[in-house]
Design a protein around this ligand. Sequence first.
Ligand code: LLP
Length: 423
Amino acid sequence: MAEFTVRRGALQAEGVSLERLAREVGTPFYVYSAASLRRAYRAYADAFAHLPATICYALKANSNQAVLRVLAREGAGADVVSGGELKRALAAGIPAARIVFSGVGKTDDELAYALRRGVGQINVESDAELDALDRVARRLGKRPHVSLRVNPDVDAGTHAKITTGTAENKFGIDFATARRLFAGAGKRQVRLDGLALHIGSQLTDLKPLARAYGRVAVLVRELRAAGRTVARLDLGGGLGIRYRDETPPTPASLARVVEKDVGKLGCALTLEPGRSIVGEAGLLVSRVIYVKDGTARRFVVADAAMNDLIRPALYGAYHEILPVRRRKGAARAVDVVGPVCESSDTFAVQRRLPPVKAGDLLVFGSAGAYGSVMASTYNTRPLVPEILVDGKRHAVVRPRIGVEALIAQDRVPTWLDRGARRR
Ligand code: LLP
């Protein structure tokens, strides 16, 4: 989080004071550092420059148009998992040819839209989906590049809810089915000429990835020996970031593993990093509403809640919590909670924090990935604004979506429309 530093006693995002942003837009809000985004993207671009690789940023981590535009200007492609994400990527100016469409449940409409827009690659996750795509492609007279997402049956050693590469997961196709589908590839309208894999997210160790790449390399050689074409290899995303004290692998170390395990196959390579591009580039900024002393514990009640950042409630995830302006005094253990009416609306349990008072600003660290995109309006809480900082400049890149706008989405049926109460 090099772009977030303390100056004159308070945390800043690049050259912009968080206290000033809080006064301007109110709390809670997300703030992203453009410099951090660029740095993270360039680390991949530089690490893979000597390989035939395309870096397709996984939009699911953060799909704000301004974030996408920063990355598009760096030359990033995109990995999308819905028609909606595809539209977002195109709207941000990412060329269709640099977009990969992944996901286990794409509908015919989404596939048709992708084909019409000319996406560079579609990753298929089942034989039924391959049939559906073939049908749609025939109807439209298109011959897209298709990769089969295989399941290498490797445990990524990450949180169970974000592991995807074992036989028990819904993702991917087993190797035997992949061999069968490649055997019939010649009869298809689509060009089945690639393999894809992704074994999980927040990986802090490259060994499971290396194992998975090794298995896929064996499959590539087998398929080729049987006369099939395998020209593309999509290596997925998954590199971890620092939430607490992790030392996640760097893109450069990933590149070394890629080079060793699949670099000599002569395939065009795709990488789909999400979290490791945006995660450390974002903070959630919140204000303390109350400090409440219960009989057993002290609770710090923040104005951000599980609907704004669900990772702690959903995965038990750790996010660093820091006061924007540190008060003097001894740290003590507190529970940091939000105002939502659920016990799971808890950001941290017995976390040691410096003294905190009502009205103080807190930041939740490493919140750029899977933060705002997973937000909801539970308890009719507005969707929090997002701000992009770039040097000394800043802009609100999504305004707060307020309660009036939410209520205005609802419709009362005509038969309930007249009179508030039955006589
Ligand atoms: N490619 C595929 C096929 C994926 O399923 C994912 C993430 C990625 C790429 C990007 O992975 P990354 O580089 O971000 O690890 N909401 C969870 C994370 C879910 C990840 C889902 N798939 C969280 O907050 O931890």
